[in-house]
Design a protein around this ligand. Structure first.
Ligand code: SF4
Ligand code: F3S
Length: 106
């Protein structure tokens, strides 16, 4: 499956959700995750993310491996999102900032 990594936190552009043919994106307060049990590896979402926050599970950047389990865990509790919505007004300021994991809201 594909995995959403740290740079989505506080950016949450949601461009990714519209292209997913199996509706496997789940939305939290300031982050999105992919349900690994639903993802069919179609690859369509990866180029849609302006924050480059979507990777194949086998290719997540070094240090981001914890997001594989985090996607699986949070997909079970967060609701599905299928329609694009406005990003947070300060999304651009957070894009690319390291160390956002402690800011993840559940
Ligand atoms: Fe959905 Fe395809 Fe992305 Fe998996 S790879 S989350 S199926 S758009
Ligand atoms: Fe997040 Fe990128 Fe989707 S910032 S909400 S993974 S478009």
């Amino acid at each position: 499956p594909f995995v959403v990594i740290e740079n989505c936190i506080k950016c949450k552009y949601t461009d990714c959700v519209e292209v997913c043919p199996v509706d496997c994106f789940h939305e939290g307060p300031n982050f999105l995750v992919i349900d690994p049990e639903e993802c069919i590896d179609c690859t369509l979402c990866e180029p849609e993310c302006p924050a480059k926050a979507i990777y194949p599970e086998d290719d997540v950047p070094a240090g981001q491996e914890g997001f594989i389990a985090l996607n699986a865990e949070l997909a079970k509790v967060w609701p599905v999102l299928t329609e694009r919505k406005d990003a947070p007004p300060d999304a651009k300021e957070w894009d690319g900032k390291p160390g956002k994991l402690p800011l993840l809201e559940r």
